[in-house]
Design a binder for this molecule. Sequence first.
Ligand code: DC
Length: 234
Amino acid sequence: METAARTAPAAVIVAIDGPAGTGKSSTSKAVAAKLGLGYLDTGAQYRAITWWMVANGIDVEDAVAVAGAAGKPAIVSGTDPANPTITVDGTDVSGPIRTQEVTSRVSAVSAVPEVRTVITELQRTIAAEAPRGIVVEGRDIGTTVLPDADLKIFLTASPEVRAARRSGELKGKEAADLASTQAALAKRDALDSGRKTSPLAKADDAVEVDTSELTLDQVIECVVTLVEEKRTVA
Ligand code: DC
C-alpha cells in the first residue's frame, strides 16, 4: 500500500533499567527527545511518595504505617522529556525529592508492596496513554511494570565510574567524597536488589549495555539504533 510509509509509527514502549549512576536518566531523556516519545522517571515517583511520607510525619521504617498511607498522595508526572515535572497534591516537588533526606529513605519506602502496587498502576496508566510511546526508566520496568515493552535495556557501569558520575551531580553541602558516594550507592543497590517485591533486576530479554567506557552520546546513539531496529522489524 502506497500510504504505509506515511503512516505514523506505532507507539513504542522502551524500558530502561539499572542502578544509579549508569546514565539512565540522561540517556532516557535524550532518547525520548530524539524519537519524539514521552519520558517517565519512575525513581522520581518513589522519591515523591517518600517525600510525602516524611512531610506527613510517617515513620518510613514502619512498613505498616507506610502501607496504610500509600494511596493518599496524588502524584502527577509530566512526561515531556524537555521538561519532566513531578507534583504531589499539586505541589512541585522536583527539588525536595533530590535531597539527602529523601535519598536515604527512598529504598525503605519503595520496598513496601502496597507502595509498589500504587506506583506500578500509575506507571502502567501513563505508559498506556502516551500517544507515540514512551521511554520509562527505573529498576523493575522490564521485569514487572511493562513486561511486554518493545525494547528493554539494562544499563550497568563499574562501581568507580558510577560513584564518580554521582559525585559530579551532587552540589554544595551534599557533595561527598568519592569513597562515601561509592559506599552509599552500594548500600542502596543492596537494598534495591535484595527486597522481596520486584527488586532491581535485568529482564531475561533485556539488552545489557555497560556504559563504563562509553560517552553519554555513544550510549544514546546505541539505544536510538536499537529502537529504530525494533521499529523496522515490527
Ligand atoms: O533512580 P533513582 O535513584 O531516582 O531512584 C530512587 C529509588 O527509587 C531507588 O533507590 C529505588 C527506587 N526505585 C524503585 O524501587 N523502582 C523503580 N522502578 C525506580 C526506583
